[in-house]
Design a protein around this ligand. Structure first.
Ligand SMILES: [Zn+2]
Length: 415
């Protein structure tokens, strides 16, 4: 870019973030914006209006993924994409996702103000339902774009009230064939997502920007243990088939497997433990566990899943209980593209912003975009690492740095 003087101030994007946050199912400062709710639709209309004001060409697909294109000099070339999501879990804050959407739009407007003319088009993407709140599955829009979730699988999704995805999306005005959502690998040349870190490292270390090299991916396994109940006094220890003590062994086995993986990036958690009948004087006859295993290396993560299965077999035999497992999902982790990372690094240096390479331990739409395009993510700090809470906060300076470096990088990549 020809100049380093700020083309626009960050104030307008802060105002837009606040306006978007006020479009919520809950009272301020709480942001709740569940996909296809009235608030979600109003928020979409607001953002689409901003895109149209910036002269972008706005289109939507059959699931509501929204594309706002700034036409390049060679419009037949695949565009460089940027963007994120605007849905928010119940009781959330105003930065998760929205910084990537409104910050991405601002990055485009900065380039327009500088009278930059991109060779490739630059396209802002607003993904439908990154959060799993309504349909129990995260990254719905990007999953379908990458065809990781097929139209047949999508048609089976319902919300807690039993309303189908089909019913809800058509009511929201998205009526095309779900088969048209999946995109070919050549649709995007490259893709960058700007996002708050949702962890404490950048703030703690006083670093402006995180350049994400890998996006960790979760695998989730449900485990059902069936033993034998009975009176806590009457049934003596030798004959017991206690489902909860069996579960305790599995929980510890999973922890041990993760700790001994040899990598700090391996994490495993048992976040759900339901005990039946759940009475103090009754031996647990049934326990349901839900586990989450994550890593940036798929083979290493899958070895933990294998160790968990072995522990299930072993505990079932020794304790004479029945254990069944169900693999709920096992998405592959993503490795970010070295060329985009190099462009981000160059832009950060040119802008005088400190930066470090890091791993994204939460997953994002970029995890699925990585299946169809080279991707990278750009993190800005968030106060205390707090996210998914109303007190989530990113300072104007942090947002400004992110937007500035994103705009320089988009300019480099779009040429
Ligand atoms: Zn997010």
């Amino acid at each position: 870019m020809a100049t380093t003087r700020p083309a626009r101030t960050i104030d307008s994007v802060l105002d837009e973030l606040k306006t978007l946050a006020a479009i919520s199912e809950a009272d301020p400062p709480v942001v709740t914006r569940v996909v296809f709710s009235e608030a979600d639709l109003r928020a979409r209309a607001y953002v689409k209006g901003l895109c149209a004001d910036a002269g972008l060409e706005v289109t939507e697909d059959a699931i509501g993924n929204t594309f706002a294109r700034w036409q390049g000099i060679e419009p037949e070339l695949a565009p460089v994409g940027t963007g994120s999501h605007i849905d928010a879990i119940p009781n959330a804050g105003l930065y998760d996702g929205c910084v990537g959407v409104l910050g991405g739009l601002e990055a485009i407007r900065v380039l327009q103000k500088l009278e930059f003319r991109p060779r490739r088009s630059i396209e802002l993407v607003i993904f439908t339902a990154e959060e799993p709140t309504r349909f129990g599955i995260g990254c719905l829009g990007s999953r379908m774009m990458a065809n990781v979730l097929t139209p047949t699988q999508a048609r089976k999704l319902t919300d807690k009230e039993g309303r189908s995805l089909e019913q809800l999306r058509t009511q929201a005005g998205f009526v095309g064939a779900l088969e048209s959502v999946a995109l070919p690998a050549e649709r995007f040349h490259q893709f960058i997502e700007l996002h708050i870190e949702q962890g404490p490292l950048l703030e703690q270390e006083g670093i402006d920007l995180g350049l994400v090299t890998h996006i960790a991916a979760p695998a989730s396994v449900r485990i059902l243990i069936e033993g034998e109940g009975g009176h806590a006094g009457g049934k003596l220890m030798p004959g017991r088939k206690d489902a909860l003590t069996a579960a305790a062994e599995l929980i510890l086995a999973l922890e041990a497997a993760a700790k001994s993986s040899g990598a700090i990036d391996t994490v495993a958690t048992v976040g759900v433990c339901e005990v039946f009948p759940g009475a103090v004087n009754s031996i647990p006859s049934r326990v349901r566990l839900e586990t989450d295993v994550r890593d940036i290396d798929r083979a290493r993560r899958d070895r933990i899943l294998d160790a968990l299965q072995e522990a299930c077999n072993d505990v079932a035999t020794r304790r004479r209980v029945a254990i069944s497992t169900e693999l709920v999902n096992a998405d592959p982790p993503a490795t970010c593209d070295p060329a985009i990372l190099a462009a981000l690094e160059h832009s950060a240096q040119a802008a005088g912003k400190s930066h470090k390479k890091m791993v994204s331990r939460a997953y994002h739409d970029s995890l699925f975009m990585a299946r169809i395009a080279p991707v990278a993510m750009l993190f800005i700090p968030c106060r205390g690492g707090v996210s998914h809470r109303p007190d989530e906060y990113a300072s104007p300076e942090w947002i400004g740095s992110g937007v500035h470096v994103l705009s320089r990088t988009l300019a480099m990549l779009a040429g």
